[in-house]
Design a protein around this ligand. Structure first.
Ligand SMILES: Cc1cc2nc3c(=O)[nH]c(=O)nc-3n(C[C@H](O)[C@H](O)[C@H](O)COP(=O)(O)OP(=O)(O)OC[C@H]3O[C@@H](n4cnc5c(N)ncnc54)[C@H](O)[C@@H]3O)c2cc1C
Length: 358
C-alpha cells in the first residue's frame, strides 16, 4: 500500500497545474498524479488552447487576470514552452458593444477600430470591432506534459492507471487502482475533466449539477497572413485562431450537443458539426466557410452557472473537485489550481508543520 500526502486524479492541464501549485506551497509534500490514459490526453489534448482576457462574471474576470499573469511568468521563465502570444480582434453586433466593453479586462487595453482585414466583411452600422492585448494560445497537451516533466522526479506520475474506487479511510481517503494496487492519501483532488460519471466519484459529483457538452474546433485550410491574429466573434461565442506553424486557421464555435460520454466520442467531425460551423462562418467570415472540412472534436464539463467548480466535497477539505470550466479549462487552470490549494490549506499546513509521509 502506497501512502501520499496528496493524490491528484487526472493528469490534464488542470490536474498538472494543481500538482504544481501543491508542490510550490508545500515543497516537502508527497504528491501522486494518476491518469487512466497518458498525461495531457483527455480534453487537454484536443483543446484550441486560447486564452483571452475576459470573463462574464466578476469571479471569472479575476480568474482570467490571475491566469494571464501566471502564464506570462511561466513563459518568461521558460520561453521554449508551447505558449504563443497572439494579437486579438473582437467583432460584435453594435447592440452588444456594452457587453464586450464590460467583459474584457483592463489589461486587454481594448480600443475601437474602424476597419477590418479585407478577408472579413466590412464593418457596417450594425457591427463594431476592437483590437486588444493579452491573448495567447498553447498546445495544451504538450504544456501539461511539460509541467509534469518539470515536477518529476519529486512528484510521482502514474499514467495508464485508472482509479476505480474512492473511499474514506482514517483521516483521509483510499483509492483503488485498476492495477489492483491501493493508495491512501491525506487529501485527494479530483480533476477528471469530462469524466464526471466515473463509478469512483459519480455519486459524489452528481449534486454539483455539472454536465458534459461536445466542443468542436474546425481546421480552415487557408493560410493566415503573418499579421493575422485571433478574431473573436463575441455574439456567437466563436473565434478564428491563426495556427501560423500549421499554415491554417482553427475555428472554434459553440456546439449545443449536451450530455455526451467522453468514452463514446470518436474525435471525428460529423456533418452536423460542419453545417453548424459553416452557418456562423457564412455570417462572419464567408470567404473561409468552404474551407472548413476537418477538425478536432471532444467534450468538456460545464457547470450550471458557467463559473468553474472548485469545491470541497467533505467538511474537512480533504476531498476537492476542480473543473467544469465551461470550455475555458486551459485559460483558467492556474486560477482553478490556486482556489483548489486554498480549499486544501489545512492539509497543506499539516504537511508544513508535521513533515511529509514517506
Ligand atoms: C475542441 C476543444 C477546444 C477547446 N478550446 C479551448 C480554448 O480555446 N481555451 C480554453 O481555455 N479551453 C478550451 N477547451 C477546454 C479545455 O481544453 C478543457 O477545459 C481542459 O482541457 C480541461 O482540463 P482537465 O484537466 O480538467 O481535463 P482533461 O484534460 O480531460 O484531463 C482529465 C484527465 O482525467 C483522467 N481521468 C478521468 N477519469 C479517470 C479515472 N477514473 N482514473 C484516472 N484518470 C482519470 C483522464 O484520462 C484525463 O486525462 C477546449 C476543449 C476542446 C475539446
Amino acid at each position: 500500500m502506497t501512502h501520499v500526502d496528496f493524490a491528484v486524479v487526472g493528469g490534464g492541464i488542470i490536474g498538472c497545474t494543481i500538482a504544481r501549485e501543491l508542490v510550490l506551497q508545500a515543497p516537502n509534500a508527497s504528491v501522486l498524479v494518476l491518469d487512466q490514459d497518458a498525461v495531457g490526453s483527455g480534453a487537454s489534448r484536443r483543446s484550441a488552447g486560447l486564452h483571452f482576457p475576459r470573463g462574464a462574471t466578476e469571479r471569472v474576470r479575476r480568474m482570467s487576470g490571475y491566469s494571464q499573469a501566471w502564464y506570462r511568468a511561466l513563459l518568461d521563465a521558460d520561453p521554449t514552452l508551447p505558449i504563443h502570444p497572439v494579437p486579438m480582434l473582437v467583432v460584435s453586433d453594435r447592440a452588444s458593444a456594452g457587453q464586450v466593453e464590460a467583459a474584457y479586462l483592463d489589461e486587454a487595453r481594448m480600443s475601437r477600430v474602424d476597419a477590418l482585414p479585407d478577408w472579413l466583411p466590412p464593418l457596417s452600422d450594425g457591427t463594431a470591432a476592437w483590437k486588444g492585448e493579452g491573448c495567447q494560445y498553447a498546445d495544451v497537451g504538450a504544456l501539461a506534459r511539460a509541467l509534469a516533466r518539470s515536477l518529476r522526479p519529486g512528484t510521482s506520475f502514474r499514467d495508464g492507471v485508472c482509479v476505480t474506487a474512492l473511499d474514506r479511510a482514517g483521516n483521509g481517503y483510499e483509492l483503488a487502482l485498476g492495477t489492483g494496487e491501493r493508495v491512501t492519501a491525506d487529501a485527494v483532488v479530483l480533476a477528471p475533466g469530462p469524466w464526471l460519471t466515473a463509478p469512483a466519484w459519480r455519486e459524489r459529483l452528481a449534486p454539483l449539477g455539472a454536465r458534459v457538452k461536445k466542443v468542436v474546433a474546425l481546421h480552415i485550410e487557408q493560410p493566415p497572413a503573418a499579421e493575422d491574429g485571433v478574431v473573436v466573434f463575441h455574439d456567437e461565442d466563436a473565434f478564428l485562431l491563426p495556427l501560423h506553424e500549421q499554415r491554417r486557421w482553427l475555428f472554434s464555435y459553440t456546439s449545443q450537443v449536451w450530455d455526451v460520454d467522453p468514452d463514446r466520442l470518436t474525435g471525428s467531425v460529423c456533418a452536423s458539426d460542419l453545417a453548424e460551423a459553416r452557418e456562423v462562418l457564412l455570417r462572419r467570415a464567408p470567404r473561409l466557410a468552404d474551407s472548413a472540412r476537418s477538425g478536432r472534436v471532444f467534450c468538456d464539463a460545464y457547470s450550471a452557472d458557467r463559473e468553474p467548480l472548485v469545491r470541497a466535497l467533505d467538511e474537512e477539505g480533504r476531498l476537492v473537485f476542480a473543473g467544469a470550466a465551461n470550455g475555458s479549462g486551459y485559460r483558467l487552470a492556474p486560477a482553478i489550481a490556486a482556489e483548489a490549494a486554498h480549499l486544501l490549506r489545512t492539509a497543506l499546513q499539516n504537511v508544513s508543520e508535521q513533515g511529509s509521509h514517506p
